[in-house]
Design a protein around this ligand. Structure first.
Ligand SMILES: Cc1cc2nc3c(=O)[nH]c(=O)nc-3n(C[C@H](O)[C@H](O)[C@H](O)COP(=O)(O)O)c2cc1C
Length: 174
């Protein structure tokens, strides 16, 4: 199974809308997936699921099992302060190191309000996922000026439709 990770816990996130778009596109290409929205993390995640508390949060254990059962993952990554959201790093820190991610494959997609499209965010995240033993698909679309190019769950920019389609085709062959 493929899991699509919405890389923020912000409510009403654009990342979640993109995750749904991505899931529908995978479905059209014949691949099933499920979405893990970091908004589903327990409210007291920091205190109940990390370090000495590893394994003690049933709610987090359900999310972790979904990751552990995935052979491929897609990370939808918004740019926050020139990088990826801290909650995504904390989520990764709460997984089983190295087994949750090691020898698995992933695709990365980023978005931002500004002109960089989350390029640095994906660079930072790629370093970490490589460290964890993941293979990262080289095709990493960076969707700049997202508010002007994605409305009501659809792209208003043909280039972005093409970039996603190319990534999905490559990801399914990866
Ligand atoms: C905490 C925070 C930090 C942000 N920092 C940046 C930034 O450094 N560069 C940028 O272009 N946009 C930045 N943004 C805007 C987001 O990239 C943009 O709103 C994107 O749609 C957020 O995705 P989301 O709706 O999934 O949270 C920031 C947004 C938030 C909430």
């Amino acid at each position: 199974m493929i899991s699509i990770i919405c890389g923020t816990n912000r409510g009403q996130s654009v990342s979640k809308q993109l995750a749904i778009y991505y899931q529908n596109s995978l479905q059209e290409a014949g691949a099933n997936s499920y979405i893990i929205d970091l908004k589903e993390l327990p409210k007291d995640f920091l205190n109940v699921a990390l370090y000495d508390n590893a394994g003690k949060s049933e709610r987090f254990n359900i999310l972790k099992k979904k990751i552990n059962d995935s052979h491929k993952m897609v990370f939808i990554v918004p740019e926050y302060n020139g990088s990826f959201p801290g909650v995504l790093k904390t989520f990764i820190d709460a997984l089983d190191y190295p087994d949750s991610l090691k020898n698995k494959k992933c695709a990365l997609l980023s978005l931002s309000s500004g002109t960089q499209g989350g390029a640095l965010a994906l660079s930072h995240l790629t370093d970490i996922l490589h460290h964890c033993g993941m293979s990262v698909l080289a095709n990493k679309p960076k969707l700049a000026k997202i508010e002007s190019n994605f409305k009501d769950g659809q792209f208003t920019n043909d280039l972005y439709v093409t970039l996603l389609k190319e990534q999905i085709d490559g990801f399914l062959d990866f």
